[in-house]
Design a binder for this molecule. Structure first.
Ligand code: 13P
Length: 283
């Protein structure tokens, strides 16, 4: 069932677990995630970056693949199709018009006033189509960033202003997480996370879920995080399976067999995250 993120994240916030956001890159990944989450009875968010959308052939292709897989695989869990890090109104609109059920407008590189204006424009359009909106504030680091540099922690007052002036559904405040692999132990500001959660009273989103130790994930959930984004860890898990297969088999050339060789290790990584986030049997 394709739904927006409203109910699934509000339920998660109330019951203190997090819904996994897994990034998809192709048809097979979409299928692997849907199948595994269906077995685990976990709600799931399929996050798609603008780069992955281009790679897969466009917004409509991604939405149609997802809808058709949900139908043909007889998926019953709540699934949200979400634009990850939408860079502007035009791309958020393309996602909404193509059938995405949720979008993120990432105007975090702008000053607060511009972030508010750009976010508001997306919210006004999205609401007409029952599409939920996530916004970001502060700067989430990239793998080029050290845990102690390149990250701009979100300011509590700015978070409140962004929420009050935009009517967004979810907030992703940068609090020390990094996309990709961490250099050293992640340095998340849990006190600030808890304070922001209480003051904005919306489900919070944690980006850069790869490489955060389990105890910190649990702490983030306890501090109000209801959606955790994971991309790199699934890529590593899938590649591990494929690499082992190819290292031991020099004659196979059927792409189906090669892509499938990463299925078990990727599904295991999905299962581990669902269990850690507490979203199993919540569908
Ligand atoms: P990771 O690649 O670090 O798991 O981050 C994913 C993410 O935050 C996507 O928005």
């Amino acid at each position: 069932m394709l739904v927006n993120m409203k109910e699934m994240l509000e339920k998660a916030k109330q019951n203190k677990y997090a819904v996994p956001h897994f990034n998809i890159n192709n048809l097979e990944w979409t299928r692997f995630i849907l199948e595994e989450c269906e077995i685990l009875k976990s709600p799931v968010i399929l996050g798609v970056s603008e780069g992955a959308i281009k790679y897969m052939g466009g917004y409509k292709v991604v939405a149609d693949i997802t809808k058709n897989l949900i139908n043909s695989l007889e998926i019953t869990i709540p699934v949200s199709l979400h634009l990850d890090h939408g860079s502007d109104f035009a791309n958020c609109k393309k996602a909404i018009d193509s059938g995405f059920t949720s979008v993120m407008i990432d105007a975090s590189k702008y000053n607060l006033e511009e972030n508010i204006n750009k976010t508001k424009e997306v919210v006004e359009y999205a609401k007409k189509f029952n599409v939920t909106v996530e916004a970001e504030i502060g700067h989430i680091g990239g793998s080029e960033d050290n845990v102690n540099s390149g990250i701009l922690y979100a300011d509590v007052d700015e978070c409140i202003k962004l929420v009050n002036n935009t009517n967004i559904d979810f907030l992703a405040p940068a609090l020390g997480s990094v996309h990709g692999l961490y250099k050293g132990e992640p340095n998340l500001d849990f006190n600030r996370m808890e304070e922001i959660s209480k003051k904005v009273n919306l489900p919070l989103v944690l980006h850069g879920g790869t490489g955060i130790p389990d105890f910190q994930i649990k702490k983030a959930i306890a501090c109000g995080t209801s959606k955790i984004n994971v991309n790199t860890e699934l890529q590593i898990a899938w590649t591990k399976g494929v690499r082992i297969f190819l290292d031991n088999d020099t004659s196979t050339y059927d792409p189906r067999k090669i892509i499938k060789s990463g299925e078990d290790s990727m599904k295991q990584a999905i299962k581990d995250k669902v269990e850690l986030f507490g979203s199993k049997n919540r569908a």
